[in-house]
Design a protein around this ligand. Structure first.
Ligand SMILES: [Zn+2]
Length: 60
């Protein structure tokens, strides 16, 4: 089985990890009820997506 010849230097390791940072998701507000929602997903509060009811949310 192949094994690395040399230990990866701190510099190379850190250069590789320079692009690994996580980004926060872009939130938007629901056009129907105003709740904050993740893009391309039906609203968890009213079930609306693109102006129509995509999910049936049980009334409580
Ligand atoms: Zn909504």
């Amino acid at each position: 089985m192949p094994v690395p010849k040399r230990r990866t230097s701190k510099r190379v390791k850190n250069q590789r990890r320079a692009h690994d940072a996580l980004t926060t998701p872009q939130w938007s507000s629901c056009a129907h009820c105003g709740e904050t929602v993740l893009p391309h997903r039906a609203c968890s509060k009213c079930g609306y997506y693109r102006g129509r009811a995509a999910l049936k949310i049980a009334e409580s």
